[in-house]
Design a protein around this ligand. Structure first.
Ligand SMILES: Cc1cc2nc3c(=O)[nH]c(=O)nc-3n(C[C@H](O)[C@H](O)[C@H](O)COP(=O)(O)O)c2cc1C
Length: 185
């Protein structure tokens, strides 16, 4: 690890006003001093024919390299029909084809923002499941769900609820504390 930790943030939603993207940026603020990178997952749809003819796209390798370089990763996923978004699953499937073991042993904090009252609690468990094959170090808590996503952020992109930001700050503190731990992986 360098003196300034490298934090990678990934949002599972692509739209410009995505609350999950806002939450990732709030997480970066709560994390404290860091070399922060926002990961781009606008990948083509995974297709083994494309992989066979053209190889893994550069944009996928770019994210894989960011993952490898990261000291810690935070992922925020929307809840689409009780599950993670297709674009996020697509990104994970492509990442698994880079040959770089990009998430192995990485401390990862998962969180979610969703319109429903559960704040994406179900999608977080799906995300944990989807990350398992990568053998990362997924934090167990504190759990951070943002419910009622369309009214959870102000015009400045900041979380309106102080308690939610306090939980996010604890989650990011836990993530920061994981950096540099030798887990033998
Ligand atoms: C295809 C689709 C499925 C959705 N399914 C759920 C759902 O199961 N639970 C939920 O709370 N919200 C659901 N929503 C609403 C999303 O939580 C809401 O659009 C949220 O703002 C998406 O995240 P974003 O703000 O990062 O784009 C769904 C939205 C879409 C477009």
């Amino acid at each position: 690890m360098t003196d300034t930790p490298r934090l990678l943030g990934i949002s599972g939603a692509l739209r410009a006003g995505s609350s999950n993207t806002l939450l990732v940026h709030e997480a970066a603020r709560a994390f404290g001093p860091a070399d922060f990178t926002f990961g781009d997952i606008r990948f083509p749809l995974f297709d083994e024919d494309i992989e066979a003819s053209d190889g893994v796209p550069d944009i996928v390798h770019k994210l894989a390299d960011h993952c490898v370089a990261a000291d810690a990763i935070v992922i925020s996923t929307p809840e689409y029909n009780k599950n993670i978004s297709g674009v996020l699953k697509n990104a994970l499937d492509w990442l698994s084809r880079t040959g770089k073991a990009p998430l192995t042993g990485k401390p990862i904090a998962v969180m979610s923002s969703a319109a429903g009252r559960a704040g994406g609690e179900r999608t977080q468990y799906s995300l944990r499941h989807c990350l398992t094959p990568f053998n990362p170090r997924i934090l167990q808590g504190p759990e951070l769900m943002v419910a009622g996503a369309n009214a959870a952020f102000g015009d400045d992109g900041r979380l309106l609820d102080a308690k939610t930001f306090e939980v996010l700050t604890r989650l990011m503190g836990t993530l920061r504390a994981e950096i540099g731990k030798d887990t033998g992986r």
